[in-house]
Design a protein around this ligand. Structure first.
Ligand code: GLU
Length: 317
């Protein structure tokens, strides 16, 4: 495991004077958790607990083809085993801001889409994946897909009366060709031009599935989340979310993108790294050993000795 420690040490120390709100952990139930997921959960949990905020467990099961209730159950069981408790959410949906499974929150996304549609910035898109791939610039080596605007109407915002997107057609939102700058608690000042980064992006797929970018904004806003801690693979997509926060008139939370945990080869952990999976970890370690090691990586403690999660709440730095 390797990780950038310097920035996180500062981050762990900078917690004074922050208001109570909510933190959250939002796993996709597409497999068993690994060390990287637990690291993110731990940082988010400790920060919420230290400032007396609620901690929410939201199940991001938007992708019907890849999500399974069985994985959600195992994620909850692993969090319990580690001692990371939540005040709201989970599959049983305890709390005032439910449901906490995204697959059950369609009415909220529907309402947000209605409001975005009213801005005249949304439009229907009939491009297939192959069409979009064919328009990609050859130098784009990082795997990002930039939508070239093939279906974009000539006039944006669209005039009244031309706004419904029929069933079976995807919905996109127009993005401006200008920089969006925000300050991440860990990564610092970050600037993204959405037109160059992703182009007009999806709010809803042609098969009716809601896009992560829309769902995450609606959920974090309606659940009162004021600090989002997640992996830094999502750093740049934060600009897409800030754009939606702005259009929907929601107040954006603080963002803290933690470095991804990497394996010995320096490659980000995936479900294939079996020695980092919860299944392996639970068979070979105590919860205290795992928490102790991750707490040191996060800068919450100076050494990796075993510790239980609760004691990190009051531990002095
Ligand atoms: N569901 C995403 C994941 O499991 C996290 C998204 C987020 O925290 O905003 O990686």
């Amino acid at each position: 495991m390797t990780i950038s420690l310097r920035k996180l040490t500062n981050f762990a120390a900078e917690m004074k004077g922050q208001t109570k709100g909510a933190g959250r952990f939002a796993p996709s139930p597409t497999g068993r958790m690994h060390l990287g997921n637990i690291f993110t959960a731990l940082v988010s949990w400790v920060r919420a607990r230290r400032r007396g905020a609620r901690w929410i467990l939201r199940i991001e099961d938007l992708d019907p083809g890849r999500s399974r209730a069985e994985w959600a159950r195992l994620i909850e069981d692993d969090l319990h085993w580690l001692g990371l408790d939540w005040d709201e959410g989970g599959a049983e949906g305890r709390g005032d801001h439910g449901p906490y499974c995204q697959s059950l929150r369609g009415e909220f996304y529907e309402e947000a889409l209605r409001r975005l549609t009213a801005t005249g910035l949304t439009y229907g898109c009939t491009c297939r994946r192959a069409d979009i791939m064919a328009t990609q610039a050859p130098h784009q080596s990082d795997g990002r897909i930039v939508y070239a605007g093939t279906c974009r109407p000539a006039v944006i915002p669209r005039p009244e009366g031309e706004r419904s997107v029929p069933d079976g057609v995807a919905t996109r939102i127009w993005v401006p060709d200008r920089d969006i700058t925000f300050t991440d608690e860990i990564c610092g000042e970050t600037t993204v031009n959405l037109a160059r980064h992703c182009g007009d992006f999806l709010l809803r797929r042609a098969d009716g599935a809601w896009a992560y970018q829309l769902a995450v904004v609606v959920d974090d806003a309606l659940m009162g989340v004021d600090e989002v801690v997640r992996g830094d693979d999502l750093l740049l997509s934060t600009a897409q979310q800030l754009y939606l926060y702005d259009l929907l008139g929601y107040r954006a939370p603080r963002f803290a993108h933690v470095p991804l945990v990497r394996n010995e080869q320096g490659i980000r952990l995936s479900k294939r790294d079996s020695s980092a999976s919860m299944e392996y970890l639970r068979a070979h370690h105590t919860p205290e050993e795992i928490i102790g090691r991750l707490a040191q990586m996060a800068g919450f403690r100076p050494d990796p000795s075993p510790v239980n999660a609760k004691s990190l709440i009051t531990d002095s730095l």
